[in-house]
Design a binder for this molecule. Structure first.
Ligand code: SRM
Ligand code: SF4
Length: 566
C-alpha cells in the first residue's frame, strides 16, 4: 500500500504557477539583480532556460561581496535536430549578439546558448521565434526535445522518423500559452477562457521525460538510455512500426545506491500509425504513478522498478485502443556517427562534421557560417554532438568540400576522439563536481599516445566524460566512462557495449588524469593482442573479466572488482 508522503517543493511551485507563468515576467524588469526569483528559476526550465552563474568567478566575487555573475543558459527545442541554413545563420547571430559568442550542440540534437544576461532573454526568444524556432519544454518536468537517428543517406526513412519526432514533440507539448505571453508579448487569453493540460496535467510530469527514435542498424541516439525509445522496424523499405522500449535513464548520485542508471526494457511493438498514442499513454501512466515526493526517485525507470514491468505494461495496455504486439527482431551495430561523406541514391551527399564536444566557436563557427550562407541542404545536429550537412546537391559539393578544408572542419581524428563525448560541466553547470568539456580533449590526446603504442589509433572505442554523476553525456552506456567526483578526480567505468545495449561497471574509483592513463594503458595493450576478430573494447572487458557485465540497472552497483567496493 502506498504511504502518503509530502509532495516535493517543485510540485508546490508548479501548482502555484498559473500554468508556468509564476512571476517571470515581473522578474525580467527588476534591474537591481541579474537573477530571477527562486521559484521562477524552477519554472523557467519549462520555458527552456536555466539561471546559472560563472563558477570560475564565484570565489573572487564572493570575496568582494559582489552578486554572483548571473547569466542564463537557453536550450532550443528542435525535434530530430534539423534546421535550415537560414535558421543556422539566425542561431549564430543570436549566439554572437545575445549570448557568449559560442554555439553548443548538445547530446540531444539541439543548441544551447550560454552566458545570456537577463535583458537579452526576450530578444533571444524573439529572434528564435522569427525563424520558427522555440525553446518550449526544452527543460523542465515535461517531454523534452525528441531525438531521432540521423540518416539522411536513407531519405525516405529519415523523413518518416524525423516527422514522427516532430509530431511526438508537438503532441506532448504543454498547451499553456505562458511562453508566448512572456516572450512574444501575446495577449493573455481573453474572456477568462481556461487553459488546460489534457495530457501532462496541471502540475506537469513528476520529472523530465525523454524520447528517442532509432533506425537500426544505427543506435546513434542511445535509444536504451531513454524513458521511451522507439526502434523503427523496416520491411521492404517501409517503416512497419516501432519496438517500444521503456525505462532507460542515466542519472544517479554518488554514494546513493538507490539511484542508478538503467537500460530500457523492450515491451512490445506498435504500428507506425499508433506510435503517438503509445507514447501518450506511457506518458500518462508515468504522470499518474511517478513519484512526486522524491525527485531523485521520480524518473520512469524507478516507477517501473517499483511497480514491476508486467504491471507497468498492463497499465499502458489498459489505456491503449490497439494493444502492444510482441517485439520484432532488429540489430544495432554502433552508437557513433558516420565519418565523412555519404551519398544517397538520389545523388545528394551528406557530410558529418566532427565537432569536439559540440562546442562551436572561432574558426569552426566562421566555416559553418560560410557554408550556411550558400543556402544549400540542411544542418542536422546529432545526439553525438556533431553536425551533418545533409542533402547537398552534386553541384554544391565541391564548394563545400573546399570550405570544409579551408576552415579545418574535415580534419581526420582518431577512433577514440570521434567516439568521445563530454558534457558541459564547468564553468556554467551548477551541478558540476569536476571539469568535462574543457578537459576531455587533452585526456584523449594522452590516451591516443597510448593507443598509438599498440597500433590502436583507428580503434572505434566510445569514451564519455561527465563532470558529475547525472550522466548528461550518457557515460554509463559507453565503453570507457569517466564521471567526476571532485576537481580533477574521476571514477572510471568499463564494459559498456559499443552498440549502446549494455551498461558499464565501475572499474576504479577516484583517479586523476595520470591514474586514468595508467589504468587504461595496460588494458589497451591486452586488447591489442588478445581481442577476438571484430571484438569491441567493451565486450573484451567483459569476456576477459576486467569487469562483470551489468545486466540491469538494479545490479549496476553490484559485482564490482575487488578493492573497488564500499
Ligand atoms: Fe543534462 C541537468 C546539460 C543531456 C541528465 N544537464 C543538466 C543541467 C541543466 C544542470 C542543472 O540542472 O543545473 C546541465 C546544464 C549544463 C550547462 O551549463 O549547459 C545539463 N544535459 C546537459 C547537456 C547540455 C549536456 C551536453 O553536454 O550536451 C545535454 C542537453 C540535452 C538537451 O539538449 O536536452 C544534457 N542530461 C542529458 C542526458 C543525455 C540524454 O538526455 O540523452 C542525461 C542522461 C539521460 C537521463 O536523463 O537520464 C542528462 N541532466 C541530467 C540530470 C540527471 C537526471 C536524472 O534523472 O537523474 C540532470 C540533473 C537533474 O535533472 O536533476 C541534468
Ligand atoms: Fe552538469 Fe553533471 Fe550534466 Fe555534466 S553531467 S552537464 S556536470 S549536470
Amino acid at each position: 500500500m502506498d504511504i502518503e508522503r509530502p509532495l516535493s517543493a517543485n510540485e508546490r511551485i508548479k501548482a502555484a504557477s498559473n500554468l508556468l507563468r509564476g512571476t517571470i515576467a515581473d522578474g525580467l524588469t527588476v534591474a537591481e539583480t541579474g537573477a530571477l526569483a527562486d521559484d521562477d528559476t524552477q519554472l523557467t526550465k519549462f520555458h527552456g532556460f536555466y539561471q546559472q552563474d560563472d563558477r570560475d568567478l564565484r570565489a573572487e566575487r564572493g570575496k568582494q561581496r559582489m552578486e554572483k555573475a548571473f547569466s542564463f543558459m537557453v536550450r532550443m527545442r528542435v525535434p530530430g535536430g534539423i534546421v535550415t541554413p537560414a535558421q543556422w545563420l539566425a542561431i549564430e547571430t543570436l549566439a554572437r549578439e545575445r549570448a557568449n559568442g559560442t554555439i553548443r550542440l548538445t547530446t540531444r540534437e539541439t543548441v544551447q546558448f550560454h552566458g545570456i544576461l537577463k535583458g537579452n532573454l526576450r530578444p533571444l526568444m524573439q529572434g528564435l521565434d522569427a525563424v520558427a524556432l522555440d525553446t518550449i519544454a526544452a527543460c523542465g518536468d515535461v517531454n523534452r526535445n525528441v531525438i531521432a537517428t540521423v540518416a539522411p543517406w536513407q531519405p525516405h526513412l529519415q523523413t518518416a522518423i524525423a516527422t514522427l519526432a516532430r509530431d511526438l514533440s508537438a503532441h506532448l507539448l504543454p498547451r499553456t500559452r505562458a511562453w508566448h505571453e512572456i516572450w512574444l508579448g501575446e495577449e493573455k487569453i481573453a474572456g477568462g477562457a481556461v487553459e488546460d493540460e489534457p495530457i501532462l496535467g496541471r502540475t506537469y510530469l513528476p520529472r523530465k521525460f525523454k524520447i528517442a527514435i532509432a533506425l537500426p542498424p544505427y543506435n546513434d541516439v542511445d535509444v536504451f538510455a531513454h524513458d521511451l525509445g522507439l526502434i523503427a522496424i523496416v520491411e521492404q523499405g517501409e517503416i512497419l512500426g516501432y519496438n517500444v522500449v521503456v525505462g532507460g535513464g542515466m542519472g544517479m548520485t554518488h554514494g546513493e545506491p538507490d539511484t542508478y542508471p538503467r537500460i530500457g526494457d523492450t515491451i512490445g511493438f506498435c504500428k507506425a500509425a499508433d506510435a503517438i498514442d503509445v507514447a501518450e499513454k506511457i506518458v500518462t501512466v508515468q504522470r499518474d504513478h511517478g513519484d512526486r515526493s522524491n525527485r531523485k526517485h521520480a524518473r520512469l525507470k524507478y516507477t517501473i522498478d517499483d511497480m514491476g514491468l508486467d504491471r507497468f505494461v498492463a497499465l499502458v495496455n489498459d489505456r491503449l485502443t490497439v494493444k502492444l504486439a510482441p517485439a520484432k527482431a532488429f540489430a544495432f551495430t554502433s552508437t557513433g556517427d558516420r565519418a565523412g561523406w555519404a551519398e544517397s541514391p538520389d545523388g545528394t551527399s551528406h557530410m558529418t562534421v566532427f565537432i569536439e564536444n559540440g562546442r562551436i566557436q572561432g574558426k569552426a563557427m566562421a566555416g559553418l557560417h560560410a557554408i550556411a550562407v550558400l543556402g544549400t541542404g540542411r544542418f542536422i545536429m546529432t545526439a553525438n554532438q556533431n553536425l551533418v550537412l545533409a542533402d547537398i546537391p552534386p553541384a554544391d559539393r565541391p564548394r563545400i568540400e573546399s570550405l570544409l578544408a579551408e576552415y579545418g572542419l574535415d580534419r581526420p581524428v582518431s577512433g577514440l576522439r570521434r567516439h568521445a563525448m563530454a558534457c558541459v560541466a564547468l564553468p556554467t553547470c551548477g551541478l558540476a563536481l569536476a571539469e568535462s568539456e574543457r578537459y576531455l580533449p587533452d585526456l584523449v590526446t594522452r590516451l591516443e599516445d597510448e593507443l598509438d603504442r599498440f597500433g590502436l589509433r583507428d580503434a572505434n572505442i566510445t569514451i564519455r566524460m561527465t563532470g558529475c554523476p547525472n550522466g548528461c553525456a550518457r557515460p554509463y552506456v559507453s565503453e570507457i566512462g569517466l564521471v567526476g567526483r571532485t576537481p580533477g578526480i574521476y571514477n572510471l567505468y568499463l564494459g559498456g557495449a559499443h552498440e549502446g545495449v549494455r551498461l558499464n561497471k565501475l572499474y576504479r574509483r577516484d583517479l586523476d588524469g595520470d591514474a586514468i592513463v595508467a589504468a587504461l594503458s595496460p588494458l589497451f595493450a591486452l586488447y591489442a593482442t588478445h581481442r577476438a576478430s571484430g571484438e569491441h573494447f567493451g565486450d573484451f572487458a567483459i569476456r576477459t573479466d576486467i569487469v562483470q557485465a551489468t545486466t540491469a540497472g538494479l545490479n549496476f552497483h553490484d559485482n564490482l572488482p575487488a578493492g573497488v567496493e564500499g
